[in-house]
Ligand binder design. Sequence first.
Ligand code: ZN
Ligand code: ZN
Ligand code: ZN
Ligand code: ZN
Length: 95
Amino acid sequence: MASVFVCANKCGKPATVVCIQCSHGIRLCEACFGVIHAFPALQSHTLFAPHKVCAQHLKPLNVRCVDCAVIVCVECAISEHQAHVRKLDESVTSV
Ligand SMILES: [Zn+2]
Ligand SMILES: [Zn+2]
Ligand SMILES: [Zn+2]
Ligand SMILES: [Zn+2]
């Protein structure tokens, strides 16, 4: 763990989840995720564990680059790993 984020809802708890559909990949605790997404318009938002999200692109890490032996997001896959052997990682879901 390089850094600890606190919940963006300022509840004082550590942020344990991230919403990549809210602005800038908002980091929240699970309780505040529920509070912030209580509105019907936001209920399609998906909760992700921070380590399952690309910090650079705010996309789910769900593509495995076989050549580099890393898991990357689709944006990384089509840029940095374009010439590599890649597989969609079916084991990676939203948390
Ligand atoms: Zn959201
Ligand atoms: Zn919170
Ligand atoms: Zn990426
Ligand atoms: Zn690669």
